[in-house]
Design a protein around this ligand. Sequence first.
Ligand SMILES: Cc1cc2nc3c(=O)[nH]c(=O)nc-3n(C[C@H](O)[C@H](O)[C@H](O)COP(=O)(O)OP(=O)(O)OC[C@H]3O[C@@H](n4cnc5c(N)ncnc54)[C@H](O)[C@@H]3O)c2cc1C
Length: 476
Amino acid sequence: MNEFLEQLRKQVPGLLINTDAAVIAQACTDWRKRYRTSALAVLEPMNTRQVQAIVKTCDAFNVAISTQGGNTGLVGGAVPAAEGHAATRAHVVLKTSRIREVLKLDESNMTLTASAGYTLHEIQEFADAHGFLFPLSLASEGTCTLGGNLASNAGGVAVLRYGNTRELCLGLEFINAQGELCGDLRGLRKNNTGYDLRHLLIGSEGTLGLITTACMKVYPRPQSRCVAWLNVENIHAATEALGYIQKRLYSELSSYEWMNAQAIDVVEGQFPARAPKHGQQGDHVLAEFTSLGTEFELRDRVQTALAELLDDLASVQNVTLAQNGREIELFWALRENISEAQAKHGLNVKHDVACPVSALPRFHDMALQSIEEHGIDVCPVLFGHLGDGNLHFNLSAPAGKDAATFLDQHQSTLNSLVHEAILNCGGTISAEHGIGQLKASLLQQVTSTSNYNMFKALKQAMDPADLFNPGKVIIV
Ligand SMILES: Cc1cc2nc3c(=O)[nH]c(=O)nc-3n(C[C@H](O)[C@H](O)[C@H](O)COP(=O)(O)OP(=O)(O)OC[C@H]3O[C@@H](n4cnc5c(N)ncnc54)[C@H](O)[C@@H]3O)c2cc1C
């Protein structure tokens, strides 16, 4: 493979090619440290032309490309495949973080055009500096990249109001498996001319092409913000309260996050902040409201609606409004620190599931009941974007039990039971984290043959040599 690297140097002048063992090892280890694979080199192109030349050279030498943005994905999508035929292929990791050719805003069109390598946080800051909001918001925003957000169709905490990454994208450019530049950045809100390649690339997890630039929607920056913490009896109450609030404050509600008592126990155990009125029986909801009007008007509307909610729904026990910016941060920290607190607490069996909001309580009860019926003792640390019908249904070992042994004994049964329950409720086994290599065989099991064959046909048509991310999403 020395010949390949030599050719790469020739064909892509100025390309950063790193063959240092420590750099390769780091790039081949995923965020959750489930996969530790290897590659010939880590490539860091600076622009679209270099990406085109890399793809052509890799194609000529049959070297697979594992595209990597911030490497914060949770399903092993950004590191070379660890198992199966794909694991025997020679790979390079192509890091996109230096692709930063474009970052501009069109105020009248309300769009922002940016290269794939910018982090989400940089893009939010750029929009904010121009008086706009780029609403995509994830706990990994300091590290994840725009390209990775698009490739994984990231969701996050503001989907309820603004939609996921797909809904925010008006156009993108990508390099196909032949090394050609495809797509467009015109930022059109109406364009019915042929197939819309943008939607094929969004959520394709780097298996159909390499996204280099995208044109995204921006919104007017809200002028006021109000955050409420609700103590509720259970997930049934949280779902009922959501319907009540949406009827009154539909345009203002931007996030609606549910957490069970154990999730708050875990986060309070690892971080000093305390949730309002924690200790009484029940679950928690964080609801955020924003508006283009004044703080006073928004607070007044939210206070009135939530006071009525307390009167009308007995299963809502208490409502606390954050009094200032510090309290808003504190409330959000409780929600955003759950994953990290749970990781510190020990290994757990994770599920990222979704179903219609109306079916979520049924799914919740069905999954827990079925786990109980199988005699498995778990500590359910459950939370998520209830407003989007999406739960992170994470199951930890009960207190005093060894986490690794718990995983060894029960992981596979717990996965089957949770997936069976969510499919039973008309839902999906992956709401926002995607498929990657972690769930590639599961995808085949839960997808109809006709749909899976269409997936395969698309992959084969767009990437006949299986150059991009082999062994991920679709097994060809
Ligand atoms: C703490 C934490 C919180 C998170 N919270 C959320 C959340 O709330 N909602 C949510 O949806 N996700 C969440 N995630 C996971 C989420 O998918 C990522 O954070 C993010 O979208 C991935 O971006 P990335 O740049 O890190 O991509 P990577 O991890 O580098 O890659 C992800 C996938 O995209 C592909 N890819 C990357 N860049 C490109 C490109 N330019 N062209 C083509 N393919 C590409 C990769 O090959 C891989 O398959 C979270 C992750 C962490 C660690």
